[in-house]
Design a protein around this ligand. Structure first.
Ligand code: BGC
Length: 741
């Protein structure tokens, strides 16, 4: 039976049944490996629905006990790669593919996308988030959500809010000015909610202003429901907070993952009169509203056979567009079939994505070396053999990696698919990759081997990789933010020797976020950042190297010269530093480029930066004011020799007024279609007027004056500017109703 009248349905439930609905049923039984399930109401045919991570694709166990089928999911590029595409269209397609895959594996709600801000490069989960800028993050998250939900599956924005660090994430108290909270951290959620109507929002682990986010009524009810007008379901992060009764009172609808004890606590509170029936009913209604939209409720039978091949193609396309070319000293693209000497562990053990709940279990990950070979580059085999046969094995003391891979394959071939053995081998494999990336020396090749490689190949390629995970922040040490000495030596040695033979050196950065680059970037000829590109990694690198595709990614963040030039690093991860209880966002609104531009600091690479094999010409900028928006029009022409795409960025510089403003802020962007040499595109970008407003502590104000509209290829490569005048102040309340100034 399909219910249409939720009111009636809610009324037909007893209080006990309603309370049970508010608490999840624990880890999923229906879909092994999925993160959670809700509770069923059997006699009313309300099924329990399944929730699964995560941002880079469906995270479920690929094998099941006593089942010969496999349940591999596509490892899509991580969000940091997606955001570097700056492509709404592409991110929406990725979302759609994830949604379809989820639906076909029996998932009703995806626990993605992640939408916290890049406040410092060291946050261990930045790879699951989009940007340091709320407009870019919010718009791309909206695209992701629209994509997932177009497949009939729900999406969840997480983690609401100010969850910008993993150190002590379960208890750290974030103190941030209300202005920064609203203009930066909430703004991303606000845009995503407005532009995509997500089915769910997940409350963060940390506290805000002394209260757990999941127990903070002001945050959940006044701000999220009221100001941000969120209408969907609010759930907790897994095991977040410490008081389920307070959670329900504050505005949480669904406590996850949930257990019977929590149900009992809520029942007792109800019986004592601490929790009123009205609140319980309002929350239960939200859960039912969501359940009634799900594939499971609608009787959809999952095929368990998503089209992994077509999803692999989408994963490949997105990863291609997410690669950022930082440097190109006349070397790229290189001719097809070139002889390439491939250095660095990461070339052979390429990191597809981050670990933790954002991990995925794909059928394969194409390493960089394999990708180059598959795409007909001539790999310098001697080196390849050294890395494969000797290094990967002996470094770990035994043939760890291939042992685990074989163990898993055998288990599956025999059809006796031990879920447990799979989990173990997968886990140990991840740990092995992790340890290899962290601790195994890169400086083991003799000068003779490198010399020979330089003589017998056309170009050197060195991969530097890093991996990061939920639960830990990255470290400001060698081997993480900084190169280890052996990594530096490898780059230095290979560059010197190859340059002596007149051959060039390309570095691939396979990383979750920035690393220190100033000390070594001048040694090499080209640097490509592939981030965490998902399962198609090697193919992506090969096609970009040979120019089958032109890099079009731009940085969704400012790449620092030095870690400690970032204001938030002064006290990160909080106070006291060794066991932070409190994280004060002292920098206020000055995060990322807002800081660098306002205080005229030179970064290594600015926000929005990224090179191409071709060039673009900007012209005919026209700006007009409509009632609620500023309309920006211009033409962009491919003026170079390769087909390519350009990311056009619109920054606005506010006049000097009563409220202090950053030097400029991103207010719009557009990625062109693929433009052939000589081809041009007419672009229109709408800037909602309200995004010009600043929060003065009680209300939003757009101050009168002359605003500069700055259009460019990065935040510091502004090509066209013009002015627009706002005649008089415009003010809004926190919920955007207009008010007197
Ligand atoms: C993470 C969430 C995730 C949940 C379920 C938590 O530890 O913070 O992002 O969705 O686990 O796996």
């Amino acid at each position: 039976m399909i219910y249409v009248n939720i009111e009636e349905l809610v009324k037909s439930l007893s209080v006990e049944e309603k309370i049970r609905l508010l608490v999840g049923a624990g880890l999923s039984v229906k879909v092994p490996g999925a993160a959670g399930e809700t509770r069923a109401v059997e006699h009313l045919n309300i099924p329990s629905i399944v929730l699964s991570d995560g941002p880079a694709g469906v995270r479920i166990h690929p094998v099941r006990f006593g089942d010969k089928n496999t349940y591999y999911a596509t490892a899509f590029p991580n969000e940091v790669t997606l955001s570097s595409t700056w492509s709404i269209e592409l991110v929406e397609r990725i979302g759609r593919a994830i949604g379809v895959e989820a639906r076909e594996y029996g998932i009703d709600v995806m626990l993605a996308p992640g939408l916290n801000m890049y406040r410092v490069p060291l946050c261990g989960r930045n790879f699951e988030y989009f940007s340091e800028d709320p407009l870019l993050a919010g718009r791309l998250a909206a695209a992701y959500v629209r994509g997932v939900q177009s497949a009939g599956v729900g999406a969840t924005l997480k983690h609401f809010v100010v969850n910008e660090q993993e150190t002590n994430r379960r208890m750290v108290d974030v103190i941030v000015s209300e202005r920064a909270l609203r203009e930066i951290y909430l703004r991303a959620f606000e845009i995503a909610i407005e532009e995509s109507e997500p089915w769910a929002v997940m409350g963060a682990y940390n506290k805000l202003y002394g209260r757990y986010c999941v127990q903070n009524e002001w945050l959940l009810t006044k701000v999220l429901r009221g100001d941000l007008k969120f209408n969907g379901l609010i759930m907790t992060d897994w095991f977040a907070g410490d008081n389920p009764v307070e959670q329900i009172k504050a505005g949480i609808d669904l406590i996850m993952p949930g257990d019977d004890n929590t149900v009992q606590i809520l029942l007792d509170a109800y019986r004592r009169g601490e929790l009123d029936e009205k609140t319980i009913e309002v929350r239960a209604k939200k859960i039912l509203e969501l359940i009634l939209k799900t594939p499971r409720y609608k009787g959809y039978t999952p095929s368990n056979k998503p089209d992994l091949d077509s999803h692999a193609k989408i994963a490949y396309e997105a990863a291609i567009e997410g690669v950022v070319l930082l440097k190109n000293n006349d070397v790229l693209p290189i001719p097809e079939g070139s002889r390439v000497a491939v250095f660095g562990k990461g070339s052979y053990l390429t990191v597809k994505g981050g670990l933790g709940s954002g991990d995925t279990h794909p059928r394969y990950t194409i390493s960089i070396a394999d990708g180059l070979r598959e795409k007909s580059f001539r790999i310098y085999e001697e080196l390849d053999k050294i890395y494969r046969d000797t290094v990967m094995v002996k470094w770990l003391g035994f043939d760890a990696i291939s042992w685990f891979i074989h163990a898993r394959e055998n288990a599956m071939k025999e059809g006796n698919t031990y879920q447990l053995s799979w989990i173990l081998t997968d886990f140990i494999e991840s740990v092995a990759v992790y340890l290899t990336t962290l601790f195994i020396s890169e400086d083991f090749l003799s000068d003779e081997v490198i010399e020979k490689a330089a003589r017998e190949s056309d170009v050197a390629l060195i991969t530097i990789s890093r991996i990061s995970s939920e639960g830990f922040d990255r470290k400001p040490v060698k081997g993480d933010f900084y190169l280890r000495d052996d990594e530096y030596k490898l780059i230095d040695k290979v560059s010197k020797i190859f340059h002596r033979y007149g051959k060039k050196v390309i570095v691939i950065l396979n990383i979750p976020g920035p690393i220190e680059i100033i000390s070594w970037r001048d040694l090499v000829d080209a640097i490509l950042v592939i981030w965490l590109p998902g399962q198609e990694a090697g193919r992506v690198v090969a096609d970009l190297l040979m120019g089958r595709a032109t890099p079009s990614g731009k940085l969704p963040l400012t790449w620092p010269k030095e870690l400690y030039e970032i204001p938030a690093m002064r006290i990160f991860p909080g106070e006291p530093r060794d066991n932070p209880q409190k994280a004060v966002y002292e920098e206020g609104i000055y995060i990322g480029y807002r800081y660098y531009d306002t205080f005229a600091i030179e970064p290594a690479y600015e926000f929005g930066y990224g090179l191409s094999y071709t060039s673009f010409e900007y012209r005919e900028l026209l700006v007009a004011r409509e009632k609620d928006a500023i309309i920006v029009k211009l033409r962009v022409r491919n003026s170079g020799g390769y087909p390519g795409k350009e990311v056009v960025q619109v920054y606005v510089r506010a006049p000097r007024g009563r409220i202090e403003k950053p030097f400029q802020e991103l207010k719009g962007f557009h990625k062109t279609k693929l433009l052939n040499p000589g081809e041009e595109e007419e672009i229109t970008i709408n800037i909602p007027l309200k995004y010009l407003a600043s929060f003065n502590g009680t209300k939003w104000i757009i101050e009168q004056g002359v605003y500069e509209i700055r259009v460019g290829a990065s935040s510091r490569d502004i090509r066209l500017t013009t002015m627009i005048t706002i005649e008089s102040d415009i003010c809004f309340n926190t919920n955007w109703s207009t008010t007197h100034c």
